[in-house]
Ligand binder design. Structure first.
Ligand SMILES: O=C(O)c1ccccc1NCC(=O)[C@H](O)[C@H](O)COP(=O)(O)O
Length: 214
């Protein structure tokens, strides 16, 4: 069985980025959405470019255009792009054509009414889906959606599970046993303040997440 991967999102403080790198998450996320309290700015670009190759540096965008995303990929040396707004399949495809080595994650806000049939138009143009809780702020809400809803997803495209995940969810994650679950995305439940993570708690989460999969 393949390990469930770990993504830690919303990093912006240089010392905190370094400390998290030592925990070796599979993905480290940086928010390029100015409305977010976790907006990363340009100051850490060089540090992000030099992070160990085993950590997939992930840029999170909300309704940015291709030119902006392309410039940020180059400045930060990003390996993965997460599109967290209403980005079209056409934009995802253009990104894949221009940057064939970049992984593209398309995020969707899930509520009780969400229709997973919507995902089909993205099947051939993204690498992963990400299922987050639907809120007006797009992401970083600290709220979980009803995971029963995942039973309606029968697609093969692997997905990141996101939205208010904390240490208290480890048993539920284990119980999910969903074939397409690829990664767990954590963020605000592990924060001392927006953008500043509690590294010890993340270490505990990672150890237990990997322990679940022995
Ligand atoms: O985290 C943010 O501030 C944010 C703002 C706007 C769009 C996306 C954002 N975060 C993207 C993520 O991948 C988060 O990890 C995800 O939304 C879950 O966050 P949380 O509910 O805090 O665990």
């Amino acid at each position: 069985m393949q390990h469930i991967k770990l993504k830690v999102c919303g990093m912006k403080n240089p010392d905190n980025i370094q400390a998290l790198a030592e925990v070796e998450p599979d993905y480290m996320g940086f928010i390029f959405y100015k409305e977010s309290k976790r907006y990363v700015g340009a100051l850490v670009a060089e540090q992000v470019r030099h992070l160990p190759k085993g950590i997939k540096t992930t840029g999170v965008f909300v309704n940015s255009d291709l030119q902006t995303i392309a410039g940020t990929i180059k400045d930060f040396g990003l390996r993965t792009i997460q599109l967290h707004g209403a980005e079209t399949p056409e934009l995802c495809e253009s990104l894949k054509i221009q940057f064939p080595d970049i992984e593209v994650i398309k995020a969707f806000g899930i509520d009780e009414e969400f229709n997973f049939d919507l995902l089909h138009t993205y099947d051939n143009v993204v690498d992963y889906f990400l299922f987050d809780t639907k809120t007006p702020a797009h992401g970083g809400s600290g709220k979980s959606f009803n995971w029963e809803k995942l039973k309606q997803y029968s697609g093969e495209k692997p997905y990141f599970l996101s939205g208010g995940i904390g240490l208290e969810h480890l048993d539920e994650i284990k119980a999910l046993n969903h074939p397409a679950l690829y990664a767990i995305d954590i963020n605000s439940k592990f924060e001392l303040e927006p953008g500043l993570k509690n590294i010890a708690q993340i270490k505990t989460f990672k150890t237990n997440l990997y322990g679940l999969q022995a």
